[in-house]
Write a protein that binds this ligand. Structure first.
Ligand code: URA
Length: 244
């Protein structure tokens, strides 16, 4: 049985002992509308209501912790809500937690996160900065790790998007940096890939949005670092122009 699970892609145990899931009360999962074919499917009204009722970040975090509508939660060790300064001028949106983030309960702490921290430091920004002007706030499209780090599905993104959009509204950053395809698509609602979108300023919910390559893409293909550097300089220039 173990060998079969390994063949299926299982790469870690998530509990100390076996769980008889047939013995459990089924959880009511809101129905996802599968007929919607736009890049971002319609949000589930009940989820929009839950997210919009959150008056601050603590309430949003609590609502996510209590939310049972996304099956990813059941395979994750921790909710990965956010890191950094909630008053930061810059908010960064990544895709979803990986193994390291799932264990730590914090976004971008693995290899991609280490590269992200170096990239931010190169333009005078840091998630640990105490002054809002030099700080960033970081979150992901999905707050739970997809199994084996697979790409998020359209249904998962549609289900969780109201929480993401409320998160952005509550932080109200001056600039939103969306990293990679999943974040750009979720925030901008476009099917266009990140290679075309990157470096071109866009807007979502009245906030300036800069699409960039995901740090994981930079780790896979070092040639992309040149464009990422140009985008970081564009971010710095926009912040400097806004501050003067
Ligand atoms: N990749 C992401 O998009 N987010 C994380 O938190 C870690 C890796």
């Amino acid at each position: 049985m173990l060998a079969w699970q390994v063949d299926c892609g299982v790469d870690e145990a998530i509990a100390e002992g076996p769980v008889d899931r047939f013995d459990r009360v089924p959880v009511a999962v809101p129905e996802v509308r599968t007929e919607v074919r736009a890049e971002v499917a319609d949000a589930e009204p009940s989820v929009v209501r839950i997210a919009s009722a959150c008056g601050d970040l603590a309430a949003l975090r609590a609502a996510l912790a209590a939310f049972e509508g996304c099956a990813l939660k059941r395979g994750a060790k921790n909710l990965v809500f956010a890191d950094g300064h909630p008053g930061a001028r810059v908010m960064i949106v990544g895709e979803a937690p990986g193994r390291d983030e799932d264990l730590a309960g914090l976004p971008f702490v693995g290899r991609s996160g280490q590269l992200l921290d170096l990239m931010l430091a190169a333009v005078g920004l840091s998630r640990g900065a105490e002054e809002a002007a030099a700080a960033v706030y970081i979150t992901n499209v999905l707050p739970w790790r997809p199994p084996a780090n697979r790409d998020p599905t359209r249904e998962e993104v549609a289900m969780m998007r109201p929480f993401l959009m409320r998160h952005i509204e509550l932080v109200a950053p001056e600039v939103l940096v969306v990293m990679g395809n999943a974040a750009a698509r979720a925030v901008l609602g476009t099917p266009v890939g990140i290679t075309q979108l990157r470096g071109v300023w866009a807007e979502a919910e009245g906030v300036a949005v800069l699409p960039m390559f995901h740090p994981a893409a930079l780790l896979r293909d070092g040639l992309k670092k040149r464009e990422a550097w140009a985008d970081l300089l564009a971010l710095r220039a926009r912040l400097d122009a806004g501050a003067s």
